[in-house]
Design a protein around this ligand. Sequence first.
Ligand code: PEP
Ligand code: MN
Length: 342
Amino acid sequence: MLVVMQAQATEEQIRAVCERIEKLGLRAHPIPGAARTAIGITGNSGAVDFGTLDSMPGVIDCIPVSKPYKLVSRDVKEENTIVRVPTPSGEVTFGGKAIGVVAGPCAIETREQALTIAQLVKAAGARLFRGGAYKPRTSPYSFQGLGEPGLQILREVRDKFGLGIVTEAIDNESLDLVEKYADVIQIGARNMQNFSLLKRAGHSQKPVLLKRGMSATLDEFLMAAEYIMSEGNYSVILCERGVRTFTDHTRNTLDLSVVPAVQRHSHLPIVVDPSHGTGRRNKVLPLSRAAIAVGADGILVEVHHEPDRALSDGPQSILPEEFTRLIREARDIAAVLGRTIN
Ligand code: PEP
Ligand code: MN
């Protein structure tokens, strides 16, 4: 359900409507738009009786939202959401004209490894560094990540190079720590429907990068984002990272068609991860170019200076010099679309 306020509605009128909604035992989400504020209502199991809301000062319309997702929907907010990530060297945005780039190893392995790769990706033009301190591995015998010492290494990377940090939380305990160290909290494909984790991320003040589950439909993907937003965190960046199909020439099938599909139904930014999306180093550059061309709001790639010795995802990690080329080509393709790389 959605209450649309008049363009000239005052702060007090908006507050009064929110209070009325809360009095009904529901939750109000004021969402300022370019022309007017809309107030999303969540917490209702059936139709809301709009009788009293409709006649309140400043209200222009009350409309039922037919889609299962509300806050992520373009019905609630027509223009794109720009998620702003403050970093020590300025803001990086997702969803605007500028395209965000996140680069770094799959996992933080050692201090030397992280600092070496950070220096190289920074030199190539990256402003956000990725690397997992908590790794959700398919096998319990695979490297599980360094935990908090890994987060401390990421802090050093942040301080030393001015890079913003994107790193994954795999459960509520790790999220408590990740949000202290990271600029963006990543929720991985395997956790896309970990609803308690999504709710916990919804209470954070930090932006969340939400990866699509490996067999998730568009609706399931958007509903996962709705979980985060319904708890009050509206800074959500969606990430396509490939889905499971019958192919055997790639690890996953990178579903680039989901980018315009998301953009049609949602105002949230969507980035593409061609590393997990293909699982093969030689396919990361071509699919990065395609991701920019299809309209992605960002790229997330795994980079390693010694991929053959990587503790996870070596076969899909590109070399630093390939990353330099990726940035250059991405910039050229972005320019054709009137966009830039930030
Ligand atoms: C990762 O980013 O390293 C990762 C584990 O990704 P995904 O959740 O998409 O598999
Ligand atoms: Mn990985």
